[in-house]
Design a protein around this ligand. Structure first.
Ligand SMILES: Nc1ncnc2c1ncn2[C@@H]1O[C@H](COP(=O)(O)OP(=O)(O)O)[C@@H](O)[C@H]1O
Ligand SMILES: Cc1cn([C@H]2C[C@H](O)[C@@H](COP(=O)(O)O)O2)c(=O)[nH]c1=O
Ligand SMILES: [Zn+2]
Length: 203
C-alpha cells in the first residue's frame, strides 16, 4: 500500500484549461487508493465558497484557505497527510524560492504534492513560482483550453476588462482563453484604440 511517494505533479496552462479539474481527479484517485489527502487554496481567490475549490464547470472539493506556504507547512506538521494538493499556486504569498524549498522538503519527506496554477498572467509573462517549479516536477502537464475566437488550443488568458493590476480575480466575464495568434490580434486592436483615443485627445 501507499507506494506512490514524494512525487511532484504539476497541472498548468491558461484559465479554463482544466487545471483544477485535473487536481480534483488526482486527489480523488489518491483518496480511493487509501492515502490521506489535504487540499489548500490561497485566500486571495475568494470567488467561491470559502472552504471549497471549484472548477469552471462547478465540480467542488473541500480545501483549507491559506495565505502562504508556511500555513501549509503548519497544517502538514499537525496532520501529516501523504498527499497535498494546492490550487492557484501562483497566488501563494512569499518568495518563489521559499515556496520551492518548502515543497522540496515535503517531497523529501515522501509527501506527494499536486499543484495547479497558471503558467502566465494576462500579459503573457510567467508567474515566477510556477516557472521555478516546472523543471523540478516529476510529472508536468500543460493543459489547453479552447481558443474562444478560433477554436484551436488556447495559449494565454486574455483579460477582457481594463484593469492593469496583476491580480484580478474573475472568470469568463473578465477573461477568455486565446491562442497566440488571436491574442496578438487583440493586442493590436487594443493598441489601435489607445492610439486613436490619443490622437483625438491631441486634436
Ligand atoms: N474555452 C474553453 N475551453 C475549455 N474549457 C472551457 C472553456 N470555457 C469553459 N470551459 C470549461 O472549463 C472547464 C475546466 O475548468 P477548470 O478545471 O476549472 O479549469 P482551470 O482550473 O484550468 O481554469 C472545462 O471542463 C469546461 O467545462
Ligand atoms: C490570467 C490571470 C488570472 N488571474 C486570476 C483570475 C482567476 O481568479 C484566477 C485563475 O483561475 P483559474 O482557476 O486558472 O481559471 O487568476 C489574475 O489574477 N491575473 C491574471 O493575470
Ligand atoms: Zn485563436
Amino acid at each position: 500500500m501507499h507506494q506512490y511517494k514524494g512525487k511532484l505533479i504539476i497541472h498548468t496552462g491558461s484559465m479554463f484549461s482544466g487545471k483544477t479539474s485535473s487536481l480534483e481527479k488526482d486527489l480523488n484517485r489518491f483518496v480511493i487508493a487509501g492515502y490521506n489527502t489535504m487540499a489548500f487554496k490561497p485566500s486571495v481567490d475568494t470567488r467561491y465558497d470559502t472552504s471549497e475549490i471549484k472548477t469552471h464547470d462547478n465540480i467542488s472539493l473541500q480545501a483549507i484557505l491559506v495565505d502562504s506556504i508556511d500555513d501549509i507547512m503548519e497544517h502538514y506538521n499537525r496532520e501529516q497527510p501523504n498527499v497535498i494538493g494546492i490550487d492557484e499556486v501562483q497566488f501563494l504569498k512569499g518568495k518563489a524560492d521559499a515556496i520551492v524549498s518548502n515543497i522540496n522538503q515535503l517531497l523529501a519527506e515522501d509527501v506527494t504534492v499536486i499543484l495547479a496554477g497558471l503558467d502566465m498572467d494576462f500579459t503573457g509573462h510567467a508567474f515566477e513560482v510556477v516557472k521555478e517549479l516546472m523543471p523540478i516536477a516529476d510529472y508536468l502537464y500543460k493543459h489547453h483550453a479552447v481558443c474562444v475566437k478560433c477554436g484551436t488550443d488556447a495559449w494565454v488568458s486574455h483579460r477582457k476588462i481594463k484593469d492593469k493590476e496583476r491580480v484580478v480575480i474573475g472568470a469568463s466575464k473578465e477573461y477568455e482563453p486565446l491562442c497566440r495568434r488571436c491574442f496578438l490580434e487583440e493586442k493590436i486592436k487594443e493598441e489601435d484604440i489607445v492610439n486613436k483615443n490619443q490622437v483625438s485627445f491631441d486634436l
